[in-house]
Write a new protein. Structure first.
Length: 146
């Protein structure tokens, strides 16, 4: 029998709550409902009266929306650069607000484009929209002759 690795001395234990749930879906045209796999949500929101399990489960997809935004910032908008280059808290805050502003501007452009083309927004990828916007902005800047 192997023993788990010893716990590092990184602070006191944390009490958590585990909310287990499944998602039931019904096809739009009717039919038999299907059940997802078991989800296990771990949280430090321990008060079951203030934070009912159903509320936590329903809010969980919003977390993935936030994770998607952060992922776009880290992978799509950074292109190999350090995510945050600033060395002080004020600079980090300014850089984050700039990233959020650019992210919102790209999504505004996507919204306008899908409305004009009549296609679902999910058909437009953020990296492609960012590349198109970058190409459009940089097209007006040609290197000056030497």
């Amino acid at each position: 029998m192997t023993r788990p690795p010893a716990r590092k001395a990184d602070g006191p234990p944390v009490t958590v709550r585990v909310v287990e749930y499944t998602v039931h879906t019904t096809p739009a045209g009717g039919g038999t409902a299907s059940v997802s796999e078991l989800f296990c949500l771990v949280t430090d929101l321990l008060d079951v009266e203030e934070y009912p399990a159903l509320d936590l489960a329903c809010a969980y997809p919003d977390r993935w929306g936030c994770e998607t935004v952060i992922g776009h910032h880290k992978t799509d908008m950074g292109e190999g650069q350090p995510v945050l280059r600033s060395k002080d808290p004020e600079g980090v805050a300014q850089e984050m607000w700039a990233l959020f502003a650019v992210y919102q501007a790209i999504h505004q452009l996507v919204g306008t484009a899908v409305d004009a083309a009549g296609i679902p927004p999910g058909r437009i990828s953020f990296p492609h929209a960012l590349a198109a916007a970058t190409d459009t902005v940089t097209a007006g800047f040609s290197p000056s002759p030497a």
